[in-house]
Design a protein around this ligand. Structure first.
Ligand code: MN
Length: 297
């Protein structure tokens, strides 16, 4: 196979529309995957855009106590706040701009619910949850909890109208502070109208953009159609750079995600993502027996 030119710009493989669905106790999410059309995006297992939803007092809902095993959950808030508690004793209030990177590994029971403030007064909730798979050798690592408030998650900007929050990886010379088990890029970009940016994404990474709002083009090819709200733009692995341009008249806000594919067989059942059916059955048995843990505070 011919080596890929890392200076080349990736072409767009295709665009996928997200699906609206309901999670937890009934909160609305927009989900680009997993869907019938797109099962996963190795090493990513799920991406949910939570809201944006405007709640009246007493209406907001979340996902009370439930387990996870075999992967990592990453929560990134844009609006409103969530309260987190888990069986490893972690507690956090996630506010706009903050990031929680929870490695479930061998298993965690956690609760993800709107904060008291949102429950009592109502308000807007908007954020993302991403599931990052772990390779077989790391599926049973001890749980790890990383939480960074907005002012500790690095951001960068330039005079060309590009702003970025660096959750994982590097952009505009700024590096993430979060440690990841697998090589992953997680960037939130906002481009002003007319702004364009080239981002390094190694060709061996699977990569996509998910548009939050605005309109943009994710290739240099003028023939390539524009993408908008709720679109997942899948990149080919034919280069080591991604080109993005705001083609609209409002700011273009999107996530850029990339990661080294794990390429392993999966056995997936709700909150458990393992390699074999036996491992999933074991996870269910462990959870039912209380061995994954309980939240006792
Ligand atoms: Mn969860």
């Amino acid at each position: 196979m011919k080596p890929v030119d890392e200076t080349a710009i990736r072409s767009v493989m295709g665009t996928v529309d997200s699906v609206r669905t309901i999670e937890g106790d009934g909160f609305a999410v927009r989900r680009p995957f997993p869907t019938e059309q797109l099962a996963m995006y190795d090493p990513f297992l799920l991406l949910d855009e939570m809201g944006p939803t405007d709640y009246a007092p007493g209406e907001a809902v979340g996902a009370p106590d439930h387990p996870h095993r075999g992967f990592e959950t990453v929560t990134y808030m844009l609006d409103g706040s969530f309260q987190h508690k888990d069986s490893a004793g972690n507690f956090g209030i996630l506010t706009p701009g903050s990031v929680q990177w929870m490695t479930a590994g061998s298993g965690v029971v956690h609760s993800e619910v709107p904060s008291e403030a949102i429950l009592q007064n109502g308000g807007r909730l908007h954020g993302f949850q991403l599931w990052v798979n772990l390779p077989a050798v790391e599926k049973m690592v001890p749980p790890r909890y990383q939480e960074f408030p907005a002012d500790e998650v690095p951001v960068a900007s330039n005079e060309a109208g590009v702003w970025v929050r660096v959750i994982a990886g590097e952009a505009l010379g700024v590096y993430a502070v979060i440690n990841t088990h697998t090589p992953v890029i997680y960037l939130h970009f906002i481009l002003q109208p007319g702004a364009s940016h080239l981002q390094r994404v190694p060709s061996e990474y699977n990569a996509f953009a998910y548009v939050i709002e605005g309109r943009g083009r994710f290739a240099t090819d003028e023939e390539e159609e524009e993408s908008g709200e709720g679109n997942l733009v899948a990149f080919d692995q034919d280069g080591g750079q991604v080109c993005m341009t705001n083609t609209g008249d409002r700011p273009l806000s999107f996530l850029l995600l990339g990661g080294l594919p794990i390429n392993e067989q999966l056995a997936r059942y709700g909150p458990f993502v393992m390699n074999t059916k036996e491992e999933v059955l074991q996870a269910i048995e462990d959870y039912d027996a209380g061995r994954i843990g309980v939240i006792d505070f």
